[in-house]
Ligand binder design. Structure first.
Ligand SMILES: [Mg+2]
Length: 237
């Protein structure tokens, strides 16, 4: 009989917070529930496109899916101007209309509270376009928890690109060895790893309606409480 060993999710045992002085955090799928974004791109947007073009939902998907595939992981993918131009209506307005669906992921707010009381510098690094960022922050104002907020659009490169990290580090210098980066995207984490960021964590359930990831390339948490320990013991003052 052969034993099949499934690739396990690499769990995070503990973080030695005294070794960390900068925490870089992604927004969607890390702090905020990716359920909103998945629903928007997979249901709300195709529905609106079908309604405006007077075509069926299937026809809308048939038109949109190849564009999604082509642009995935590029700056265009995150760019509401690109989508508004491509689809012929304001995607930002549509997003605003359904913005009440923007929600925290469990324990994200409590984690930010602890980080704010800690010695760590806390920086938001998102691929979200300025309009998306504005719409999200109008619903959930993340600003009080962060020392700095950066959208990859200001650097002209998505987080998937090494140039993003280079430009971020030039603008806001951080130590590769003393920085923790948390993001739900493995492609983004791989890019951060290639740049040399040492401490990387991903999320097991970025979308609260989605399946829990069983296999991840990077150490993963289901909830932030798994990495709370030791965080409150270092005062900022
Ligand atoms: Mg994300």
């Amino acid at each position: 009989m052969t034993l099949t060993i499934k690739p396990a999710c690499r769990s995070v045992t503990a973080i030695n917070w005294s070794m960390i002085d900068t925490v870089l955090l992604d927004m969607d799928g890390t702090l905020l529930d990716l359920k909103f974004d998945n629903e928007f791109w997979l249901a709300t947007l195709p529905r609106e496109y079908a309604r405006r073009q007077q075509i069926t939902l299937e026809e809308a998907h048939a038109y949109l899916d190849p564009i999604f595939t082509r642009e995935s992981g590029t700056l265009n993918w995150y760019c509401l101007d690109f989508w508004s131009h491509t689809l012929g209506f304001s995607v930002a307005q549509l997003k605003t209309r359904v913005a009440q669906g923007i929600q925290w992921l469990p324990q994200a707010e409590a984690f930010l509270d602890r980080l704010k009381d800690s010695h760590c510098k806390v920086i938001l690094v998102t691929n979200a376009h300025a309009d998306t960022l504005r719409i999200k922050l109008e619903q959930i104002n993340l600003m009080p928890w962060f020392d700095r907020v950066f959208s990859s659009h200001e650097f002209g490169e998505p987080k998937e690109s090494r140039l993003f990290w280079q430009r971020l580090n030039e603008t806001e210098p951080f130590s590769l060895h003393r920085t923790l980066f948390i993001d739900d995207s493995e492609a983004v984490l791989a890019s951060a790893q290639r740049f040399g960021i040492k401490h990387l964590i991903t999320l097991r359930q970025p979308d609260s309606l989605g399946a829990i990831r069983r296999s991840t390339r990077y150490p993963a948490i289901l909830h932030f409480s798994e990495i709370y320990e030791g965080l409150t013991h270092h005062g900022r003052h």
